[in-house]
Design a protein around this ligand. Sequence first.
Ligand SMILES: [Zn+2]
Length: 136
Amino acid sequence: MAAAIKSATLTAKPADGPLAAASLVTTILKHCGSKSLEELYESVRATDPKVIAKLSGMVVTEDQFELIESYGDIVAHLRTGPTTSIALCDKCGKTTVITGTPPKKCALTLGCEGTPQKSAMATKTPVVADVSAETA
Ligand SMILES: [Zn+2]
């Protein structure tokens, strides 16, 4: 009997922009039990077997890596326990790091009437690998 391969793909919410990058990073951090990207990188460098096993269970596409990289300066501020999120203003496009619910009105730009939107967890979809050897 083949061992079960547990892995999952990620779908960011929303699909693009800084909130999507934050969505992916927060989900990866929580999955790996890391408090920040810095801590996650440190665990990988130290070849922590638990973290590497968890990380290898996440299928992150090249596009998703590029997205995370392109917002690297923002997602570096994300934390878990307590969890921080990114809030993005829908009018002025500025971002800030928040805990809890986003403010109802933008306070990032003077006079802006935008409503900040908060990053959410990405959806994990299990990868069904058909590794049955019944064709033999
Ligand atoms: Zn704004």
